[in-house]
Ligand binder design. Structure first.
Ligand code: 13P
Length: 249
């Protein structure tokens, strides 16, 4: 399967940061990647980031969208607007949106539908908290999130799933390779139950403290089809080091 390495800049980046996208493009021109590379900058930078990335292998995505195409929703951005600005994908249901914006599975399902309507790939995030893992509930929590946040109408090829254990995000902690393998196998089984053979083609990314130092080990885990990278995606040098560490990329 073709790997996807996606960078989530979160609420980081001013126009000066567009230089990182140009540096990434330059770095990849020397050794073109065999997988897909995506950067999701803040919405304010999408249009310029898409321009900066033009002609190279780096695609640009959003970090959230509203379920509707337009309307009286002050401060919101629709999937169509992301697409119009040059995005080809959007991260949805990130744990920071679930936590700080009270996003529910049903709202996230509506956003996944919106992504499809606008022709964007939806990168749907799921993941358990520290407490849920300690209680042995990690797999059922992730299964329930997946069940409730993948809308009925979605086609497998529009979807990427990112498993991001909340306790691993920005903490420097990661699950052991075996724990990642178990969860990704669980997600794969759920996707094939849901989508049949197409479910085997859906990329399942791992996210949470992926760094140049641990990328090779994590990306070699079965059913890990790429990574969603926060902190280490903001600097081109770090992101390039991760890309170079990826097996087969
Ligand atoms: P970090 O890579 O900074 O831990 O963030 C992971 C993440 O939340 C990506 O969406």
């Amino acid at each position: 399967m073709r790997m996807l390495l996606a960078g989530n800049w979160k609420m980081n980046g001013l126009r000066a940061s567009l230089g990182e996208i140009r540096a990434l493009k330059r770095g990849l021109a020397e050794t073109p990647p065999r997988g897909d590379i995506l950067i999701c900058p803040p919405a304010t930078l999408i249009a310029e980031a898409a321009k900066a990335a033009e002609g190279g292998p780096v695609a640009i995505g959003g970090q959230d969208c509203h379920p509707l195409p337009s309307g009286a929703f002050t401060g919101d951005i629709s999937a169509e607007m992301l697409r119009d600005a040059g995005a080809t994908a959007v991260i949805l249901g990130h744990s920071e949106r679930r936590l700080y914006h009270g996003e529910t599975d049903s709202l996230i399902a509506a956003k996944v539908k919106a992504a499809r309507r606008a022709g964007l790939t939806a990168i749907l995030c799921v993941g358990e908290s520290q407490a849920q893992r300690e209680q042995g509930r990690a797999a059922p929590v992730v299964a329930a999130q997946l069940e409730a946040s993948v809308p009925a109408e979605i086609a497998a090829f529009d979807l990427v799933v990112a498993y991001e254990p909340i306790w691993a995000i920005g903490t420097g902690k990661t699950p052991r390779a075996m724990e990642i393998a178990q969860m990704h196998e669980t997600v794969r089984a759920l996707l094939t139950t849901r989508f049949g053979a197409d479910g085997a083609e859906i990329r399942i990314l791992y996210g949470g403290s992926v760094k140049p130092e641990n990328a090779a080990e994590i990306l070699a885990v079965p059913n890990v089809d790429g990574a969603l990278i926060g902190g280490a995606s903001v600097k081109a040098a770090d992101f390039l080091a991760i890309i170079r560490a990826a097996p087969g990329l």
